[in-house]
Write a protein that binds this ligand. Structure first.
Ligand SMILES: C[S@@+](CC[C@H](N)C(=O)[O-])C[C@H]1O[C@@H](n2cnc3c(N)ncnc32)[C@H](O)[C@@H]1O
Length: 477
């Protein structure tokens, strides 16, 4: 078995590396020779998965770090990596030409990471390079998405030019003009919409493989996380009286409590076979609601007591993961406030806040419209409830801040880190180090391993064909 040595730059929690390690082709495999990463938790995750001697923790811009990478990697076959995303926000004013853009890419200090990636490639000169980055960053900021798409293509073309200028072929097989590919991870078996730009380049002067999907039916959220144990969140009771729009709940006190009890009842029915404790919870909550829903005074205090009782029941019945020492695989819901819980419960599966606030939409809901706590002129799609039967939206590192765009299809909470991990196609037993936020960040930043595997296999196939050609040359000479 021959193993191609890989250097993973900006390795994060190891999504790209994991995919490459899964790739197989005849008697060819990859080994992750070194992975460079700056972040403590991501490095701990990497050390656990690829071995601590293979992880270089440091800043790519520092000379000592660069020297360490060069000295230990001079014989690697492949460099993979995606510098953090800001690179493409530097495309510059709409009318600037490619020369100006090239200068910007070179000179803007925010671009040093991109520069250092190519500097290492030009010194190490591996046979293959894979560059991964986000698609569509620019189109968010302007109405003229066509112009910006064109502009982004120009930036990517410059990245390809850069590779060509240091001796790499970026041309894709069966095409005279294409040098990069935009792929959607959902087309490769990942249960998630995730569009990414991939550039595959080689120094052997051959055409690069096109990534073709052989997935007939996209995997959906149900397929990825439908069988996980049910989880309910702890609900915060601190400063409940100060919660934005709590007055809307208090004005509709009995209705809000009934929504809450009814949703838990439905959950108990849906998950009866998996978790009988939900019945105890929903019966108790139903009784409590009946006894407090008509209360006219001190509603906030009653609500706090009610929520505290719910919290201790959820904890006693084990419906949220207890804070155990084994936090590396974390299927634990984060805490939410009562307003958001009601919004989660009343938003229809597969719908979102811009729909429930739109009077023309079938999903319009006056109560939710009143309850929405954010500035409507800025963004309306703050809350997104996922569908069971579609791939999820792009899992984002932003989940470390809040998960409101990642509401579970039928449990009143946002996705746990473990659910995000499975939606990113990480193996079931892959452990992420760091606290919950560090885990969300590593998961959201990652190349889905399944996509990494497809890219890795395409390169192994190319290498296998090239091996055969070399053998023939030797025989004939
Ligand atoms: C988009 S993530 C990469 C994810 C990774 N490819 C994966 O599949 O899991 C970018 C990573 O670059 C790291 N990074 C940012 N600045 C860096 C620097 N100056 N030197 C080394 N790593 C850096 C970040 O900590 C982050 O983990």
């Amino acid at each position: 078995m021959r193993k191609l040595k890989v250097l993973d730059l900006f390795a994060g929690g190891g999504g790209f590396s994991t995919g490459f390690l899964q790739a197989k082709e005849e008697n060819l495999r990859f080994e992750i020779h070194r992975a460079l990463e700056i972040n403590d938790s991501a490095c701990d995750t990497l050390r656990n998965h690829i071995g601590k001697e293979r992880v270089i923790q440091g800043d790519i811009t520092e000379d000592t770090v660069k020297s360490e990478v060069i000295n230990s990697c001079i014989d690697v076959d492949v460099i993979i990596g995606g510098p953090p995303c800001q690179t493409f926000s530097l495309a510059g004013p709409a009318r600037s030409g490619s020369k100006e853009m090239r200068e910007k890419l070179k000179d803007d200090p925010r671009n040093t990471l991109y520069k250092h990636f190519f500097e290492l490639v030009s010194i190490i000169r591996p046979s293959y390079v894979v560059f991964e980055n986000v698609e569509g960053m620019l189109s968010k900021k302007s109405d003229d998405s066509n112009l910006l798409k064109a502009k982004q293509s120009q930036v990517i073309e410059l990245v390809c030019d850069e590779l060509e200028s240091i001796g790499y072929t970026t041309r894709i097989e069966e095409s005279l003009t294409e040098r990069f590919q935009v792929v959607n991870a959902a087309d490769f078996g990942v249960p998630q919409q995730r569009r990414r730009i991939i550039i595959i380049a080689n120094r052997l002067g051959i055409d690069n493989p096109r990534l073709l999907s052989n997935v007939k039916k996209r995997r959906d959220v149900k397929n990825a996380i439908g069988k996980l144990p049910v989880r309910l969140p702890k609900i915060s009771t601190n400063r409940l009286e100060k919660l934005k729009n709590i007055d809307v709940i208090l004005k509709n006190y009995s209705y809000s409590l009934e929504v809450f009890a009814k949703d838990l009842g439905k959950l108990a029915e849906n998950y009866f076979e998996q978790n009988e404790s939900l019945l105890i919870l929903s019966d108790t909550i139903e009784n409590d609601v009946q006894s407090i829903k008509h209360i006219k005074s001190n509603k906030v205090d009653h609500l706090k007591d009610f929520l505290k009782r719910y919290n201790s029941l959820v904890f006693e019945l084990g419906i949220n993961d207890k804070d155990s020492s084994d936090k590396l695989i974390s299927h634990q819901s984060r805490e939410h406030n009562f307003r958001d819980i009601i919004i989660f419960m009343l938003t229809k599966e597969g719908s979102n806040s811009s729909r429930f606030m739109n009077r023309q939409s079938d999903d319009y809901n006056k109560f939710l419209d009143d309850l929405y706590p954010y500035a409507r002129n800025k963004h309306k799609d703050t809350y997104v409830k996922h569908s069971w039967n579609k791939p999820s939206n792009t899992i984002l590192a932003h989940m470390e801040k809040d998960g409101l765009k990642f509401i579970h299809p039928d449990q009143p909470r946002t996705f746990t880190p473990y659910e995000a991990q499975l939606l990113q196609s990480f193996p079931k037993d892959y452990a992420f180090y760091g606290g919950r936020n560090a885990q969300y960040r590593q998961i959201g930043n990652a190349v889905p391993p399944l996509l990494g595997k497809v890219i890795g296999e395409a390169i192994l196939k190319l290498e296998a064909v090239n091996d055969v050609k070399e053998e023939k040359k030797m025989v004939n000479s």
